[in-house]
Design a protein around this ligand. Structure first.
Ligand SMILES: Cc1cc2nc3c(=O)[nH]c(=O)nc-3n(C[C@H](O)[C@H](O)[C@H](O)COP(=O)(O)O)c2cc1C
Length: 81
């Protein structure tokens, strides 16, 4: 098997089966962040500045990725700064 080198991970706290149901699991994102030595980008259910701050503070991720909240409204990102 070829060894892969990853430079970054994007991680959503949901299984494939869960799809968009329930809430993204911040604990698993936190565990991933604590387990690797590369930047981790957290994702899932970030719809407000408070959500963004919560995921940064709780999990320690290096960055966030926002999906559905920007659909049709990309300017919402301005509110996160
Ligand atoms: C319209 C749409 C298209 C998406 N396409 C992909 C994709 O091609 N590959 C992927 O890994 N995730 C895809 N996703 C998942 C998002 O990247 C993201 O993980 C998911 O929407 C959860 O983040 P959110 O709660 O901020 O929306 C897509 C999501 C949406 C809404």
């Amino acid at each position: 098997m070829r060894k892969q080198e990853h430079q970054q991970l994007q991680f959503i706290g949901r299984t494939r089966e869960e799809y968009y149901s329930g809430k993204a699991d911040l604990d698993i994102i936190k565990k991933v962040k604590e387990s690797v030595n590369i930047p981790v980008i957290g994702n899932g259910d970030i719809k407000s500045k408070a959500d963004a701050l919560r995921i940064f503070e709780y999990t320690g991720v290096d960055g966030i990725m926002i999906g559905r909240a920007v659909l049709g409204n990309p300017w919402i990102i301005r509110k996160y700064y």
